[in-house]
Design a protein around this ligand. Structure first.
Ligand code: NAD
Length: 265
């Protein structure tokens, strides 16, 4: 399959989990990649594996909570490839804490990566995308895909600060889509519980707070999924592929649930 032939795509948080699955899917669809992560070893090793299979890859070490670093990421990517067609703002963090025990440090940690960091990354990327010509006449000049969550759609106990940061992603998506249309599309993805290291951490913290055995919070959530199985990073990568492809050129400002039907709104 080559739905993304020669498309230049940046993926943040590409070192593992959902970001890694998106990187692998994009690579298999013919994209040229920038893999950005705070974990330099992870992106360097993924980049060398993919480049051995003939994929163009630029690994970058970046802390997305630093807006100057985001700006440098866009400059370095543009210098390397000459343009940026797709940007997936996927890097994100979580701490499970009760409403009353959430500290200013917890709040700032999640906001600084998930909302503030993402905002300035979108801003830096949009500046480049708005200044370039489309890959083909009549197409957008760029596509931005932001990783939200179903937690950004519906609040629940123990993850207030995380939910608030992911709700911000949906609003950043809608505001960006309004300002950057018709040149640049901005959409987001709201996954349900996905089988990654993030959920291993969520399960451990959640179970400790509620005095439950490790693994039980994850299995309870999976039991409630109408599609009857745990969500895989590749399920999210499929939506990220659609939103990066020509098939979604007329779609902007939308936030898609990819959660096996867990949240029907
Ligand atoms: N796993 C889930 O159930 C789930 C559900 C909904 C939404 N999401 C969102 O999807 C995204 C990816 O989740 P995941 O499960 O793959 O997480 P993960 O923790 O497994 O991987 C996150 C990646 O982001 C990187 N990262 C963290 N902070 C960073 C920073 N400041 N700068 C750059 N990179 C940074 C990490 O090094 C890691 O490689 C996140 O935004 C998350 O909030 C995940």
């Amino acid at each position: 399959m080559t739905r993304l032939n020669n498309v230049v795509a940046i993926i943040t948080g590409a070192g593992r989990g959902i970001g890694e699955a998106i990187a692998r899917r994009y690579a298999s669809e013919g994209a040229r990649l920038v893999l950005a992560d705070i974990n330099q070893d992870a992106v360097t090793s993924l980049a060398s594996e993919l480049s051995e299979h003939g994929v163009d890859v630029l690994p970058l070490s970046i802390d997305i909570s630093d807006p100057e670093a985001s700006s440098r990421m866009i400059d370095e990517s543009t210098e390397y490839y000459g343009r940026i067609d797709v940007m997936v703002n996927n890097a994100g963090v979580i701490r499970v804490k009760s409403f009353l025990e959430t500290t200013t440090q917890d709040w700032d940690y999640m906001q600084s990566v998930n909302a503030r960091g993402l905002f300035f990354s979108v801003q830096a990327c949009a500046r480049q995308m708005l200044s370039q010509v489309p890959l083909a006449d009549g197409r957008p000049t760029g596509k931005i895909i932001n990783m939200s969550s179903i937690a950004g759609r519906s609040g629940r106990g123990l993850i207030c600060a995380y939910s608030a940061s992911k709700a911000a992603v949906i609003m950043i998506t809608q505001s960006g889509a309004s300002e950057f249309s018709p040149k640049v599309t901005v959409n987001s993805i709201c996954p349900g519980p996905v089988d990654t290291e993030m959920w291993v951490k969520i399960d451990a913290q959640w179970a400790a707070i509620e005095g439950k055995p490790t693994g039980s919070v994850w299995s309870e959530r999976v039991k409630g999924v109408p599609m009857g199985r745990a969500q895989k990073p590749e399920d999210v990568a499929s939506m990220a592929c659609f939103l990066a492809s020509k098939d979604s050129d007329f779609i902007t400002g939308q936030s898609y649930h990819v959660d096996g039907g867990l949240l029907m709104l």
